[in-house]
Ligand binder design. Structure first.
Ligand code: FE
Length: 217
């Protein structure tokens, strides 16, 4: 959470540090490994495809949107999220790799929260899926801290000058989910309908929940 402890950032997961060449080299290694494993009969290519598809389609920001919609609708759930977000999110069936230590941060008119991983790309996979490319980029990782308001502006988010912006630094130990403010005019909405207002970026803090007026009936 603080920006002064990069030394104990503690990444046990291997990841890139923003270099495209590094990514390309990684991809080559992954492909080589995959070919070898399939060739030797150790893994079924269909099983591999399923894992990839799972992260690309089944595990994604729609999961987080369900968490937010439940939080907006159910005070007891919100209380459990504040107490132990990992367990509360687990109630909805979302758990696993890169989401073992979840923490929520709540937006209000006074405070807007934004999440970054200054060192690399730590991100809450079970609720948001895989991180977008910009999240892993060096400019976002540095500027989210040094000039968060300017970065928000580039995402089209203009906040009142009285709103404080807090930036949270993800680590392998702690992954943040932003609970955006519930838009006005959504009283009585079902969780399913509310979830449609919750974008990926609103849960990273680089966006806001959508305007209900813009939602198709
Ligand atoms: Fe990281």
């Amino acid at each position: 959470m603080a920006h002064d402890n990069h030394d104990d950032h503690g990444h046990e997961h291997g990841h890139d540090h923003g270099e495209m060449s590094h990514l390309d080299a990684m991809e080559v290694r992954v492909r080589a490994l995959q070919s070898l494993l399939v060739e030797k009969g150790y893994v079924d290519p269909k099983a591999l495809d399923l894992i990839v598809e799972t992260y690309e389609t089944r595990i994604g920001p729609r999961n987080g949107a369900q968490v937010v919609a439940r939080a907006w609708s159910d005070e007891a759930f919100m209380a459990r999220l504040r107490e132990d977000a990992t367990a509360a999110i687990g109630e909805l069936g979302f758990s696993g790799r890169q989401g073992e230590h979840m923490h929520i941060v709540e937006n209000s008119p006074d405070t807007h929260n934004m999440v970054v991983c200054t060192l690399c790309s730590c991100y809450p996979w079970p609720v948001l899926g895989l991180p977008p490319v910009w999240y892993k980029s060096a400019p976002y990782r540095s500027r989210a801290v040094s000039e968060p308001r300017a970065v928000l502006g580039e995402f089209g988010v203009e906040l009142p000058s009285t709103t404080r912006i807090r930036v949270w630094d993800s680590t392998a130990e702690l992954r943040y989910l932003v609970i955006p403010m519930r838009p006005a005019g959504t009283e009585g909405w079902s969780e399913e309908k509310l979830a449609r207002l919750v974008t990926r970026d609103s849960m990273i803090g680089t966006g806001l929940a959508l305007d209900p007026a813009g939602l198709d009936a």
